[in-house]
Design a protein around this ligand. Structure first.
Ligand code: 16G
Length: 157
């Protein structure tokens, strides 16, 4: 009996697409809770925030991976396109909130998400994409082509 899916099958099961309002019912918020603090959100507030983000159009993209067998959201990430004056009025893509459900790690879904977000930033004319990550995730992002440069200095409010 076959117990593992072939990579072609997995390609079909796990596809990256844009976030939809209905993804809340499919576990999108629970997934974010695996990354950091994310309180439960009412349907109304979720919809308001979704619509606010949608106003940014292609300048704020949130993607998800749905497991087409279970209908559950198992991966997500976002990219925000910042417009600058430096570098010839250049643009920078900020990759944020990348998380893959613990039950499906090891299937290269994180790489798929990063590829999707980076392609979007490139198409939008960004000269680079940047992100912050935990020390444990550094090897993963290095495999995706990122290099450590400088340091993060958050000032929490
Ligand atoms: C990680 C995330 C970052 C997120 C932060 C949350 C990626 C690439 N990095 O660094 O986007 O904002 O975790 O941590 O997904 P915080 O709740 O302590 O700000």
């Amino acid at each position: 009996m076959q117990t593992t899916n072939s990579s072609t099958e997995e390609e079909e099961i796990f596809q990256v697409r844009k976030l939809e309002i209905s993804d809340k019912k499919k576990g999108f918020v629970d997934l974010l809770q695996q990354l950091t603090l994310c309180d439960s959100i009412s349907d109304e507030v979720f919809e308001e925030q979704f619509n606010e983000i949608a106003k940014c159009g292609d300048n704020h993209l949130i993607c998800v991976i749905e497991d087409n067998n279970s209908g559950k959201i198992v991966g997500t990430g976002s990219v925000f396109i910042e417009k600058k004056f430096i570098r010839n009025c250049g643009k920078v893509g900020h990759i944020e909130d990348v998380v893959v459900d613990s039950s499906v790690r090891g299937k290269q879904l994180g790489k798929k998400i990063i590829g999707f977000l980076s392609d979007h930033a490139r198409k939008m004319g960004c000269y680079k994409v940047i992100l912050d990550c935990s020390v444990e995730n550094r090897p993963f992002y290095e495999r995706c082509g990122f290099k450590q440069k400088e340091i993060q200095m958050p000032h929490r409010f």
